[in-house]
Design a protein around this ligand. Structure first.
Ligand code: RET
Length: 284
């Protein structure tokens, strides 16, 4: 009964105020396209965890181990994130403000995604930075700007008082994103040349930059932004990008690290000394 009501409500975009967690859960289950987009990531994250642990079993160089730990955290955060979404714990139906295409309607907001990106994306950047031979300053800048991007993206999704302010948050988030892109494309690309890891770094850099650009685009087009795309399609877009940006990314990185552990081990020890000038002194 509730399930049918929730499904109808979701389909019409009109959902009663203050749904319980059970009702949110049932609404998600009732939309098979939406729930499939979440379950597939739980399954793939689980498989990735097992695979990565297996791949890393003989890695001994501390820097290579650190890359492994960072990369392994990505599917670990992901499986937790998607479990939060599928259970309804980290999903809310929020009434969109005047000016929004769905003004006055309750829109499914998977805010847990944006929250957990603040944990998973720094791990991706730490792994990439270590591969490139970053210094502490650049790593700190990339990670803090990235967390800023995710938290202000969360604020964009959760702001219901003003349509304009949702977009103000969005623009702030994009500004943080530009900092991350600059470090990836300019700073670390050059550091990787000096560190002798340019080939793999460039592959992962292109994969990361292209996919990460998709997230703000789909946010803008999705129900939380301009509402051109429906909730389930947007969820599939995020899930699809996640599969490549997280599991495939980490797999390619870890496979290279296993095959080239010596290169990683021989990188000038410590964050800082492998990169061009400036930055903090080596700390390990
Ligand atoms: C938001 C909306 C606000 C503007 C910008 C965004 C960027 C999000 C990105 C997310 C990447 C997520 C990944 C997750 C993997 O676990 C928050 C969508 C710029 C780039 C790679």
């Amino acid at each position: 009964m509730i399930e049918t009501a929730a499904a109808d409500a979701l389909a019409s975009g009109m959902v009663p105020l203050e749904m319980t967690q059970t009702e949110v859960f049932q609404a998600i289950q009732a939309d098979s396209l939406l729930s499939a987009s979440l379950w597939i990531n739980i399954a793939l994250a689980g498989l990735s965890i097992l695979l990565f642990v297996y791949m890393g079993r003989n890695v001994e160089a501390p820097r290579a181990q650190l890359i492994f730990v960072a990369a392994l955290m990505v599917p670990l955060v992901s499986i937790s994130s998607y479990t939060g979404l599928i259970s309804g714990l980290t999903v809310s139906f929020l009434e969109m403000p005047a000016g929004h295409a769905l003004a006055g309607q309750e829109v499914l907001t998977p805010w847990g995604r944006y929250l957990t990106w603040a944990l998973s994306t720094p791990m991706i950047l730490i792994a990439l930075g270590l591969l490139a031979g970053t210094n502490v300053t650049k790593l700190f800048t990339a990670v803090t700007a990235d967390i800023g991007m995710c938290v202000t993206g969360l604020a964009a999704a959760l702001t219901t008082s003003s349509y304009m302010l949702r977009w103000v948050w969005y623009v702030i988030s994009c500004a943080f994103f530009v900092v991350v892109l600059y470090i990836l494309l300019a700073e670390w690309a050059e550091d990787a040349e000096a560190a002798g890891t340019a080939e793999i770094f460039n592959t992962l850099k292109v994969l990361t930059v292209v996919l990460w650009l998709g997230y703000p685009i789909f946010w803008a087009l999705g129900a939380e932004g301009l509402a051109v795309l429906d909730v389930a399609i947007t969820s599939w877009a995020y899930s699809g990008m996640d599969i490549i940006a997280k599991y495939l990314f980490a797999f390619l990185l870890l496979r290279w690290v296993v095959d080239n552990e010596r290169t990683i081990a021989d990188m000038a020890s410590g964050l800082g000394s492998a990169s061009r000038g400036g930055g903090a002194p080596a700390d390990d």
